[in-house]
Every structure is written in structure tokens, then in C-alpha cells.
Write a protein that binds this ligand. Structure first.
Ligand code: MN
Ligand code: MN
Length: 302
């Protein structure tokens, strides 16, 4: 079948119902009712899968051949409730709790960043508090948004309060933009998180930063959460809350490739909003970053 034909699963992988026997699985979470401004991420999984058919199985840059060492499939989408965010969060946690009964690493396709909270709840039930590498323009540590405790900008506040994170092993990379006060980022610092504002990333390779992070994380379980708006809107315009002066695609690759050797137990790529992605490039970038994540999982031997 030519790449443009057939039904578009992630990377044209088999679509399966059960994670039994899988080492890693792609899972879509079509959700956008946690967004505070521009919506559209409910269409993210479908657009990313559609662009992902361009991907080939071998990573020319790193030599990773993930499908030679791992069983990988597409588990389809989580059935969210488009009328109820709290219920959607419950449905996502239940689905992940069930999936994680198997020895599988979930690679999640958002969806807005709310989805990471129920994923982390399920992950922590299995692994206990985990280290976190969080790439984003925003810290997502608001206490409330419009009086609501659950929203895409409160995810890591809730995760920290609920004890899902190993707070001495949390790194937030790419934070920037206009905010409300210095507190937007300082709350993170008071928890013990390492905050790497984007200005500390400008004009340089992030390989040294990732070497430090690998040292810091050691062998503990680490979750990788990648908000596409961490990348500059020149490369990733298709997102709801763009901020100028962001990471480059090359830096994004350095970050993910720099995770090789970590004990990654789950990854996500969130906040791709196809209605704002007129060329499809943002979804294509998201698909590529998910492939790069697959290529650095512990079993993806080089
Ligand atoms: Mn975010
Ligand atoms: Mn963001």
C-alpha cells in the first residue's frame, strides 16, 4: 500500500484493542474542553496520525530502529465526554489504569494539556511519584482558571499537590512570554522544580542541559510531557496559546534525543490544534517528535 493510502493509524501501525504483549503503544486523546482560549486540540490525534504516514521506521540521525526491538501498535483513541471535562479526566484515568496493567509504555497524542493529569494519576498508581521533563511555553501551575481546579493550565499544580511527582526531579524547559506576575514561574521553583526559561536556551545547543538532566534523573522513572507550544510558532503555529521566541525544532530534537538512557515510563505530545495549522506542519512536527520519543525508550536499543 502506498503511504497515502489506507486508514491512517499512527505510523501505519496495526490498530489493536489490547495492550497485551506490547512494549509501547500510541494512544490518542481527543480533548479540547480544558483549553482557556483557542480550542481545536480535539482534532489533534487524527491530524497527527494523518501526517505520521510520512514517517519511515529507521531514525537516520540516531541509528534507532525501534521496531526491530519493540512490539508497538496504535491503541486508538480514548472515548472522552465532550460535554464534561471532569468526567473526561475520569475516563482517561480509568483507561490508562487498565492499559498500564500490561507492561507497556504509553505514547499519548493530545489533546490539550489537561490530559496529562489523569495520565500521571494512572502512572503514579503503578510507579509511585515520578520524575518529569516538561517542555512548554507555560508552567501550567495555576491554582485555578475561572474558578476551576481542572484545566490545561493547572495540570502540574494538581499533579504536585496530589503527590504524583518526585518534585526534586522535575524540570520545566522553554517557559516564556507575558504572564500575570513572577509568581507564574516562582511557584515551581519553590517546589524544587528546575525552571529553564527559554532565554537560557536561546542561541545554543541543549545537549549540555540534557547531560545535566540525565545525571540528575539517574535510573528513576521519568515521564516526558511535551507541549508543542514550547516550540516557536514559526515552526508550530497550530496551537491554542502560541508564544514568540520559542525553542527551535532542532532544540526539540536535542531534548528528546537527550532522553536516551533515561528510564522513561511514559511520554505525551499535546496541544496541537489543527484548525490553526493551515499547512499541517505542526501536526507533522508532532508526529516526528512522537517517533523520536519512541526511539529513546529503554528497549529501543540502538
Ligand atoms: Mn501546557
Ligand atoms: Mn503551553
Amino acid at each position: 500500500m502506498p503511504r497515502f493510502g489506507g486508514i491512517a493509524s499512527m505510523m501505519r501501525l496495526p490498530q489493536v484493542e489490547s495492550a497485551h504483549g506490547l512494549d509501547a503503544a500510541f494512544i490518542g486523546i481527543p480533548l479540547d474542553i480544558g483549553t482557556s482560549n483557542r480550542s481545536g486540540t480535539r482534532f489533534g490525534p487524527r491530524a497527527i496520525r494523518s501526517e505520521s504516514v510520512l514517517l519511515r521506521p529507521y531514525n537516520m540521525g540516531t541509528g534507532a530502529a525501534p521496531f526491530e526491538h519493540m512490539q508497538v501498535a496504535d491503541l486508538g483513541d480514548i472515548a472522552t465526554n465532550p460535554y464534561n471535562l471532569i468526567d473526561s479526566v475520569r475516563l482517561i484515568e480509568e483507561a490508562y489504569h487498565s492499559i498500564l496493567q500490561h507492561d507497556v509504555i504509553p505514547l499519548s497524542i493530545g489533546g490539550d494539556h489537561t490530559v496529562t493529569l489523569p495520565i500521571l494519576r494512572a502512572i503514579a498508581r503503578k510507579h509511585g511519584p515520578v520524575g518529569l521533563i516538561h517542555i512548554d511555553a507555560h508552567a501550567d501551575i495555576n491554582d485555578e482558571m475561572f474558578g476551576e481546579k481542572i484545566a490545561h493550565g493547572t495540570t502540574f499544580r494538581r499533579a504536585q499537590e496530589e503527590g504524583l511527582l518526585d518534585s526534586q526531579h522535575v524540570v520545566q524547559i522553554g517557559l516564556r512570554g507575558s504572564g500575570y506576575s513572577a509568581e507564574d514561574f516562582n511557584w515551581s521553583r519553590r517546589q524544587g522544580f528546575r525552571v529553564v526559561p527559554v532565554e537560557a536556551c536561546w542561541h545554543q545547543s541543549l545537549q549540555p542541559l540534557m547531560a545535566e538532566i540525565r545525571q540528575q534523573m539517574g535510573s528513576r522513572p521519568v515521564y516526558l510531557s511535551f507541549d508543542i507550544d514550547g516550540i516557536d510558532p514559526a515552526y508550530a503555529p497550530g496551537t491554542g496559546t502560541p508564544e514568540v521566541g520559542g525553542l527551535t525544532t532542532v532544540q526539540a530534537l536535542e531534548i528528546i534525543r537527550g532522553c536516551a538512557g533515561l528510564n522513561l515510563i511514559g511520554c505525551d505530545l499535546v496541544e496541537v490544534s489543527p484548525p490553526y495549522d493551515t499547512t499541517g506542519n505542526t501536526a507533522l512536527l508532532g508526529a516526528n517528535l512522537l517517533f523520536e520519543m519512541l526511539c529513546v525508550l529503554p528497549k529501543a536499543v540502538r
